[in-house]
Write a new protein. Sequence first.
Length: 368
Amino acid sequence: MKITDVTLTMVAWAVPKGSYPGQAVTFGGDKELAVITVSTDEGIDGHSFMGSAMRSAADNAGLLLTYLKPVLIGQNPLDVGRLWHKLWRCNRFASLVAISALDIALWDIAGKVANLPIHRLLGTCRESVPAYASSAFMPAAQDYAEEAMYYKSQGWKAYKIHPHARPDEDIDISRVVRKAVGDDMVLMLDSCWAYGYEDAVRVGRAIEKLGFYWYEDPLPEDDIYNYVKLRQKLDIPILATEYAPGGLYGLTPFILQGATDILRGDVRVKGGITALNKICHLAEAFRMKCEIHHGGNSLNNVANLHVTVAVENCEYFEVLLPEAAQKYGLVHDIEVDRQGLVHAPEKPGLGYEIDWELVKNKQTRVLK
């Protein structure tokens, strides 16, 4: 079997608008989603999506076609590990997002050839995993509380707050949400790299008293020195970080220097299914958990789910809100049941059907 072509079908995607509080960063609006097709001489195609609310697929499409496509043409798509290393060596020229998208498509081919879902190839550990609702940025503490209560009423067991990036307000939001949901719902705080060390300590101590489960990305991802100090100061587990420079390899100093309790990663920003699986196993070797970040689009989330059910050290599946900011392009998307669980895919490859009618109607261009 040989790879014969790589094409990107660009699809219009209207994403709800939002912003990161405290930072000059907005997201959403009119984007393009790329439906990537890796074709083979045996008629078995692999697919993935590229693009998110933060970055339109157009941002990475040229890099993928210029630097990565030539690496794959003529190669055996089932040599996923070998091809991942070849793609990784191009990371100075192409983005991790583009490398990730191609790796996911290769795994889709492998699953289809084996007639198995990808998690079976990785080594399935479980058939379901609890989900948590991961908040949008909202104006008032009561908005967060009402959202958390809604998801609790739907059977979800956990809720994560993305607060305002202002320490006093963030503490207040955390208190209001805890009071609303009571002590029987798991709560987490993701501060999105907003604080300096002193504020990170203050917020961390406050949410410790509120019984929060983890404290995510309180500091910038390159501030390992203060992450070490913060972890020594607090009892609440620190979770860091999906954006560590260097992808898979950038997490090594976080482990060796004791800068985090829980690792973080996802298929989109770490280098695909191959890299995320390596990160989870790296964490396991140190008796650590690796909590998997959302994927930014529907097929990335599916790829994340395959890895999640194939490892034992990821406790939750993240569902980012609003769901329209990442759910798009599939006939049926991942669903959370009344027990708050998501279930392992059952069909070969990624196992979720692309909505080809939507792709046809929303297509803007095809890139080769």
